[in-house]
Design a protein. Sequence first.
Length: 298
Amino acid sequence: RALSPRPAVAVRCQEGQLAVTVRRDLFGTGRPVRAAELSLGTASCPPLSPDPAQAFVTFVAALHECGSTLQVTPDSLIYRTALFYKPTSSGNPLIVRTTPAEVPIECHYPRKGNVSSGAVHPTWAPFRSTVAAQERLRFSLRLMDDDWSRERLSNGFQLGDSLRFQADVASEGHVPLRLFVDQCVATATPDRSSSPRYAFIDLGGCLVDGRAEDSGSAFVSPRPRPESLRFLVDAFKFAGDVGNLLYISCHLRVSPLAQAPNPWNKACSFNKASGLWAPLEGTAAICSCCDTGSCPSP
C-alpha cells in the first residue's frame, strides 16, 4: 500500500497551546475511526466538535491542560502528552478488529528565547539587577565648610564652633531614596561602645543634643536633595578628657522616597521657642516619641 503524503497525526506547538490534527483513517486501512474513540492526554480531553463529513479530527488545548507534563532542561521546556485511541467493542464480543493505540506528543520550547512573534520589553527591574543595585549603595558622612560648598579640610574645632555634617547616599539605578541618620555617637576612642560615650542623635533620628540649653544643634532645612541630610552640632568635649580628641560614628539608613516619613523614618530637631520637637518632613506626631524615649526601632 502506498504511504499517504500527509501524516496520520500532525502537531502544531504554538505560543500557549498545541493543536493536534488526526486523520480519521488513522491506520491507513480505509476504515475511519470514530471521533468519540479519540482523546488527548491522561485527562481524556475530547476533540473539537467534529464534522462527520471531514476527514480529520482536531484537538486544541493549552500546554498545561489535559494532564500534560512539563520537563525543564538547561536549554528547553518540554511539554509531553499523548493521543489515545480507545476503540469501542464490536457487536461480537468474541472477536477484535482493532487494538488501542497511543501516540506520544512533545512540544519543545527554548528557555533562552521568545516564542511569540513580538519582542518582550519588560517594565520591571530584573531581580538580579535589583540586588546588584542594592549592593552599590554608597554612604558617606563629611564635615563641611561654613557655606556647605565643599568638604572641610581641617578637622580641628574650637569650643563655640559649629560642626557641619553632611550625610549622603549614592546608588546606581536604584529606586529614589530618602536618607536618615538614626544615631550618632561620640567617644574618646575608636570603639563606639567605649566610655565616655555621648549619643547626640538617638532614638531613630532625634537630635537630642539640641535640647541642651547651651546648644543650637539641629537638622538643616530644607534638604539639598532627598538622598542628602545636613545637621549642625555645637562643638563639645568630654569633661576631664585631656586628649581633646573625639571619634564620631553614625548609623545611616534609607527608605523609599515614596514612603512618607514616620516614627521609624524621621529627622527631628528641638525647637526651643515652642518647646516642641519639629520634623524635617512629615507631621509633628512622628517626633512625639523623642520626648518619651519610646521610639520604635526601624
